[in-house]
Ligand binder design. Sequence first.
Ligand SMILES: NC(=O)c1ccc[n+]([C@@H]2O[C@H](COP(=O)([O-])OP(=O)(O)OC[C@H]3O[C@@H](n4cnc5c(N)ncnc54)[C@H](OP(=O)(O)O)[C@@H]3O)[C@@H](O)[C@H]2O)c1
Length: 332
Amino acid sequence: MKAIEIASYGAPDMLREAERPAPVAGAGELLIRVAASGVNRPDVLQRKGHYPVPPGASDLPGLEVAGEIVSGDEAALREAGFKVGDRVCALVAGGGYAQLCVAPVAQCLPVPKGWSDVEAASLPETFFTVWSNVFDRGRLQKGETLLIQGGTSGIGVTAIQLGKAMGATVIATAGSDEKCEACRKLGADHAINYKSSDFAAEVKRLTGGKGADVILDMVAGDYVAREVECLADDGRLVIIAIQGGVKSGFNAGDVLRRRLTITGSTLRPRPVAFKGAIAKSLREKVWPLLEGGAVRPVIYSTFAAGGTPTGASQAHSLMESNQHIGKIVLTW
Ligand SMILES: NC(=O)c1ccc[n+]([C@@H]2O[C@H](COP(=O)([O-])OP(=O)(O)OC[C@H]3O[C@@H](n4cnc5c(N)ncnc54)[C@H](OP(=O)(O)O)[C@@H]3O)[C@@H](O)[C@H]2O)c1
């Protein structure tokens, strides 16, 4: 099969087309003929050598795919209601930038009715991450206020739409007025340009001094202190990335006086059973929203994966330019 491999850690042009042996589905797994592969910021970190591959995972980048089931563990397929030929999208721990990809059956979901392969490939990584962090860890409730840092990221466009669909008031931050407008178009009640205003003061102002009940943070560093300031009493801060650094000083007195929770997680190294439980929640609570049109795909660009230079390297350059709004997807 054709695949995109990381020739050595470094710039986007280190993503090269290669011939690799087809992977083989083991117990509880299925093999997908990949039509489209989603691109995520963790792939960029992996290419730079900053995101080690979990034990047992493919060294090829790529955390999500969509395509057709070629073969698989028959008992597991039957139990999940899948058969060979069905179109699925899957969350994988690696190996997504390839024409064939093995996935645990538990981490596969049907392509939502009416969605293309490109659209379906844009789903797993951000929907699993947002569900797990905003709704499971952050326990966002209807009527609460959700602050999303990086509202136009792949994660952000998912969080805005899911937050609104679940009845929250959504405030998003972004680095330009154009991106703020995109957040509002996606349904955010308010968008804050974090480069021209102080997001913590704005959140306090927009919530009448109360603050946000849940914050989804992909920055950390010195943001944590400001997030603690603009969390409501009993608020939950969920950290999913450390783009601003790992060191944070914050007012610990606020944490106990106002009963705040500071938590976080990374999805990739978690066990199949954990991801399978998220897949079940998504199928039950979110897939109807996708099929009913309440939550829409936000695809910024697609690239044919291979070639010289590879489409994958162009996709990574685009992601690192931070121009994109929503998802970037590779096709095969
Ligand atoms: N923990 C997990 O399980 C998990 C899973 C998937 C992804 N992630 C992380 O989640 C983040 C988003 O992933 P993605 O694939 O959606 O990436 P992406 O589309 O490339 O988004 C990165 C975003 O970070 C925003 N950003 C950077 N600095 C910021 C700041 N100071 N304030 C506010 N926003 C800032 C950028 O917004 P502007 O362009 O507006 O500045 C951009 O929207 C990445 O850091 C990724 O590593 C974590």
